[in-house]
Design a binder for this molecule. Structure first.
Ligand code: ATP
Length: 634
């Protein structure tokens, strides 16, 4: 679906206001007015229109400012793998607001509890403040640069320096700027600007900035908009870096973009994901006449290993985080696994904890005890082995469009299995259900979680970055009895412990993320499955994320389950349950099955903390609805 193609961009852009002239930096006010409009509608099409209008104007007047604008729309500072993030704590932000407006912390806190949004508190505090002179208008270049500087500050007295910088920006804020500035600093805008919407608006803006656009026939307009969107999304899938895409977008025609912005080692791709399956016959139904292959599903952590042609090796997580510092021991050994003819590559792998004496895989719980940061090789106690299951790039060439049969062949012919270090994923290529059952049983005996079943040959067997594809199915041992998958849920609040749990939290309020509304919806209270040790860890970890009131994007319903403390959404639990039911108290998937009731988990049990998942990357409300509907009794 594309924006109204008859809309006159020039007329609309007058609404952006301000006397922004050609080649001048983009005023921050222009961006904030666009944010305001996006916030005031829930219609995706309207949000896209506002963004297209903004992007077209930026491309025409100040193209050099486009990169910052795009980053600010998705509220990021750089590509994920560079690891620079905002997410400034509320107390620090309140300090800066207090200092720049002269209001007391108590007054700000009271307002915050009432309003639930620190951005609005900041804006209201500014409005009630009298200033002697009008500050110089903020520009997006300046705000973006300062946000980056704030994120980079570390070490002694960095907190004070951060407050000073934030205060410096706040005093110059006019109208609604303080609201969005504070939300940017918090790390989340939550005004409907999903990354896919921003990408699609960017592609449409490229087409609509053509001076001939208004003269084209409707059919041509729609074709061009659709092609541009497909191209940009395909480009982003293989090269998720605006630092590279935006300059290319300004320099080359869009139809050349796929050849100019090609994937390359050093830039992690969003991994392909799998669909859960509840029974083995379901696999046969899904693949019918297609060829498929089964592999062990290793229970560890996803690792994307890259080597550039000049020999630099990096390892990235499921979230495109650079994990090279976590695995110095592995980085050191990789050279041995590479055949002399192999120069550059990207491998998709699973890192598992490894018992070097018994030469076998250890449970995931052991891997999770390994430090995540500042790992020194001499201090490593948990050994890791790597299981390679896919090759996405080899010797200067992308393999994404090759069928899996070919990618696996190249994986096996370009790398060397190395005892206690590197193995190819064990596979079996039979479509006989008895063989698959035996293979599944053996995988479990070998400390695996179950099987991955993958489309093997033909058009369906390509690698689909970032997609949860039906061309990859996962079969976990527990699926076969009862509920399908485990769920990854966000900790929204906690209840004080009693008895043996007096000094820790005794239970937690969990929620799932709804990408459409950008809300966390409550799903259950959980108090089972925790060891004393884990409760202590959770208490320490969560105490620094306590907030005085629930976030405005917490969907709690009319009969909310109210915890003793609320948290920022940061910690993710993997959870299993007996079944799912409709509930007047919990709000997961509200409106999808029942207009006012949500879905809740019955008898939830804690499995583990998922450090490798972002809160927005957890089981979505749509998936929860699917789980609910798939229950045999529904
Ligand atoms: P999601 O729930 O989003 O699918 P997840 O991280 O919870 O992701 P699982 O549901 O357990 O993961 O299943 C997919 C994961 O299994 C992959 O991300 C990968 O880390 C792991 N894995 C283990 N063995 C394989 C294999 N042979 N092929 C592909 N993935 C594998």
């Amino acid at each position: 679906m594309y924006i109204r193609t008859e809309m006159s961009i020039s007329k609309e852009s007058a609404l952006l206001g301000t006397n922004w002239k050609k080649d001048e930096p983009v005023p921050y006010a222009v961006l904030c007015r666009t944010f305001e409009k996006c916030e005031n509608t829930t219609k995706r099409l309207e949000i896209t229109e506002y963004l297209v209008t903004l992007f077209v104007q930026v491309m025409r007047l100040s193209p050099s400012g486009l990169l910052e604008i795009v980053y600010m729309c998705i509220n990021k500072l750089c590509p994920d793998y560079e690891g620079l993030e905002l997410g400034i704590g509320e107390s620090l932000l309140m300090k800066a607001i207090a200092k720049s407006t002269g209001r007391t912390m108590k007054a700000l806190k009271d307002d915050y509890i009432l309003i639930g949004d620190l951005g609005t508190v900041a804006k209201n505090s500014k409005t009630s403040q009298r200033t002697l002179f009008r500050p110089k208008p903020l520009t997006t270049v300046h705000v973006f640069k300062t946000l980056k500087e704030i994120a980079q500050l570390s070490g002694q007295s960095s907190q004070n320096k951060k407050v000073d910088k934030i205060q410096g920006l706040l005093v110059a804020c006019l109208e609604n700027e303080a609201k969005y500035l504070i939300r940017q600093l918090e790390g989340k805008l939550r005004i409907g600007l999903a990354e896919q919407t921003v990408l699609s608006a960017l592609a449409q803006a490229v087409v609509m900035k053509n001076p001939e656009f208004d003269k084209w026939k409707q059919q041509k307009k729609e074709e061009q908009l659709s092609t541009a969107t497909d191209i940009l999304k395909a480009v982003y899938n293989q090269l998720p870096s605006y630092d590279m895409i935006v300059p290319a977008l300004l320099q080359y025609p869009i139809d050349e973009l796929l050849s100019k912005c090609t994937m390359r080692p050093g830039i992690p791709l969003k991994p392909m994901l799998a669909h859960p399956t509840k029974s083995l016959p379901e696999i046969l139904d899904r693949f019918q006449d297609q060829k498929f292959t089964c592999e062990y599903k290793y229970d560890g952590e996803r690792a994307q290993i890259h080597r550039t042609s000049d020999g630099k090796i990096s390892i990235y997580s499921r979230n495109s985080e650079d994990m090279s510092v976590r695995y110095p021991d592995i980085i050191d050994k990789i050279k041995k696994w590479i055949k002399p003819t192999t120069t550059s590559f990207i491998l998709d792998c699973e890192a598992v904890a490894w018992d070097i004496e018994k030469e076998c895989i250890l449970p995931f719980q052991i891997l999770s005890t390994r430090k995540r940061k500042d790992v020194k090789e001499e201090e490593i106690t948990v050994r890791v082995a790597i299981y390679g299951f896919d090759c996405l790039y080899l010797n200067g060439k992308s393999l994404l469009q090759e069928p899996f049969v070919e990618r696996r062949r190249l994986l096996h012919s370009s790398f060397i299995e190395t005892k206690n270090e590197f193995y190819f994923a064990t596979h079996m290529d039979s479509n006989d259900i008895a063989d698959i059952q035996t293979f599944l049983d053996v995988s479990i005996e070998n400390n695996c979680e179950g099987l991955m079943v993958k489309s093997y040959d033909g058009d369906h067997a390509t690698y689909e970055p970032s997609k949860r594809s039906r061309n990859w199915l996962k079969v976990k041992k527990d699926y076969l009895h009862g509920l399908g998958d485990s769920m990854d849920l966000v900790v929204m609040g906690a209840y004080h412990g009693r008895g043996k749990r007096t000094n820790v939290y005794g239970g937690f309020l969990l929620g799932c993320y709804d990408p459409e509304s950008e809300e966390y919806q409550t799903i259950c209270k959980i108090g089972t499955g925790f060891s004393e040790e884990i409760l202590k860890t959770l208490y320490d970890q969560l105490s620094s994320h306590v907030i005085p009131a629930p976030k405005r994007f917490y969907c709690l319903g009319d009969n909310p389950a109210t915890p003793d403390v609320w948290f920022d959404p940061v910690v993710v639990f993997e959870v299993k349950c007996a079944d799912l039911s409709i509930s007047p108290t919990y709000m997961a998937g509200v409106g999808q099955i029942n207009p006012s009731k949500g879905i809740s988990l019955r008898f939830p049990r804690f499995i583990r903390i998922r450090e490798d998942k972002d809160p927005e990357d957890t089981t979505s409300s749509g998936q929860i609805v699917d789980f609910y509907l798939q229950q045999p009794n529904i």
